[in-house]
Write a protein that binds this ligand. Structure first.
Ligand SMILES: C[S@@+](CC[C@H](N)C(=O)[O-])C[C@H]1O[C@@H](n2cnc3c(N)ncnc32)[C@H](O)[C@@H]1O
Length: 498
């Protein structure tokens, strides 16, 4: 059977929150005993050409990965990526997820990104049934989907586009027409009314999205958002329960303004009811929900000691203040400025920032912070431990269940992974070793395929010098400086393992 995805393939990419590290992390924090990620079995449903699954498999060679997708052409594209990498722990299968052969057995982690909202209702139920059947007893599943209330306005825009693109079958023509219509709707809507502003904001957000999102995401035949509570109910009917959100911080009211946080304190009910109210407060349009089998006791109150088995990293550059003095210090954390006068926290963040992008065990973090701050071990352990989760939910710290293998300096023979090196030959965006997508500028991107642990920095200099001499790359401050900045850029972007 030929699908819309065969005719117009979806180039898949990595999603940090769908990495099994995150699934493990959330389950572990809530008191469950997930299977260690370095020896587990993973299924991705709707894997397309493997852009999410293959980089996971490459870094976890003792775990087994299976991806299924209905569109044979996408699966073939993915196989063409896997073969040259020589990976034997990942297999992509062209199948309907309802008909995964029994021989594949059960999986400790099941990931399904960007499928649930875009299939007919019977397949949505079928997806939850398959997850129930295929998940091992301690397994964790990730499903993402479009949600209300955020999709209310977006659906209005979708309906407008659908009404004005009837009869256009060619995907490229459809996408082109959709962009024209989005511009029209934007310009013709009033910036003076609240409705007009809502519509304009949606059009602005959509007009620049990739063609595959406009075609398969916005204009797909099926696109059925739901409320969180409806999703949790549907999962419950299949014997699955809500574990939490893969975007961990969104479960907390921290992201709301002060009034909203206070108001949330009076909201009755458990986590799901609270999150559903928060969805209305922030107009949430997308969710990444984690499910486990029902019957488990999920401990919503997390003892801080649970972070002691985790690995930590942070890029928190000091903006203002003094690490060692008594005054406040301001740190540049992703998306906001984190301010503290706590001497142990200041030292702890300075320690992590100095080793970025490497992640360290909690024990190493404590020892290095004791040394940096001159404070006693038990006080440091307890201060860092108690602050780890609040700092994680605010995006200051990154938590992982394992050593990511990143280095804190560029070696004499820089090394990236085969997947990253090959992707950089073709694409501007590559998957970093935290499973995020990185936009790599031309000079570091040129060098990346040569970061194979065999080329020395001198070799890289010669290659770069030639490109510069031939006018193929611009290095305004000379080759020496260009090389240093580019290698540093690869390091900071979490793209080097040596
Ligand atoms: C929007 S794409 C998402 C691809 C990828 N997961 C991502 O997010 O980048 C949806 C994918 O689900 C696949 N799909 C849809 N129905 C399916 C089914 N019944 N069985 C297996 N795959 C299916 C499509 O072929 C397509 O590759």
């Amino acid at each position: 059977m030929t699908t819309a995805y065969d005719a117009f393939p979806y180039r898949s990419r990595a999603y940090m929150e769908s990495h099994i590290d995150r699934l493990y992390l959330v389950a572990h924090l809530f008191g469950l005993e997930p299977v260690p990620v370095d020896r587990c079995r993973v299924l991705e449903i709707g894997c397309a050409d493997g852009g999410n699954l293959v980089p996971m498999a490459e870094r976890l060679p003792n775990s087994e990965f299976v991806g299924v997708d209905l569109a044979a052409r996408q699966v073939e594209d993915g196989q063409r990526w896997i073969e040259p990498l020589g990976l034997t722990n990942v297999e992509l299968v062209a199948r309907n997820f309802r008909r995964i052969p029994q021989k594949y057995g059960q999986f400790d982690y099941i990931v399904c990104h960007g499928v649930y909202s875009w299939v007919p209702e019977r397949d949505r139920t079928g997806l939850l049934e398959v997850i129930k059947q295929r998940l091992t007893p301690n397994g964790v599943a990730y499903i993402s989907y479009n949600t209300f209330p955020g999709w209310n306005t977006r659906r209005t825009v979708r309906q407008f586009l659908q009404q004005h693109t009837e009869g256009i079958d060619d995907p490229e023509e459809l996408v082109e027409r959709a962009r024209v219509l989005l511009r029209f709707l934007h310009d013709a809507s009033s910036a003076e009314t609240s409705y007009g502003r809502l519509v304009r904001a949606q059009c602005e957000a959509l007009v620049g999205t990739p063609p595959q999102y406009l075609f398969h995401g916005l204009l797909a035949e099926h696109n059925d958002p739901c409320y969180l509570r409806e999703f949790v109910k549907a999962a419950g009917e299949q014997g699955l329960q809500y574990l939490g959100d893969a975007e961990f911080g969104t479960m907390m009211p921290d992201g709301l303004h002060a009034e909203g946080r206070r108001a949330m304190e009076s909201v009755p009910g458990g986590l799901v009811e609270h999150e559903q109210v928060q969805d209305f407060l922030v107009n949430r349009s997308f969710r990444r929900t984690l499910l486990v089998h029902d019957g488990f006791e999920i401990e919503r109150s997390i003892p801080w000691e649970r972070v002691e088995t985790l690995w930590i990293s942070a890029r928190a550059r000091l903006l203002e203040g003094d690490i060692d003095g008594l005054e406040e210090a301001r740190f540049d954390a992703p998306d906001h400025v984190f301010v503290t006068d706590n001497p142990i926290l200041k030292a702890g963040l300075a320690v992590l920032d100095a080793m970025w992008p490497r992640n360290c065990s909690f024990q190493e973090w404590v020892s290095a912070t004791v040394e940096r701050s001159g404070r006693m071990g038990p006080e440091v352990r307890s201060t860092l431990g108690r602050n780890t989760l609040p700092l994680f939910t605010r995006g200051v710290l990154r938590l992982h269940p394992r050593d990511l293998g990143l280095v804190d300096h560029v070696s004499e023979k820089p090394l990236s992974t085969p997947w990253i090196r090959r992707r950089a030959e073709l694409f501007k965006w590559v998957t970093d070793l935290r499973h995020g997508m990185r936009d790599v500028p031309p000079v570091p991107r040129f060098l990346l395929p040569y970061c194979d642990g065999k080329h020395t920095k001198r070799d890289l200099w010669k290659l770069l010098e030639k490109e510069h001499r031939l006018g193929r790359l611009t290095l305004n401050n000379g080759v020496d400086h260009g090389l240093e900045v580019a290698l540093d850029g690869l390091l900071i972007r979490s793209l080097l393992v040596g």
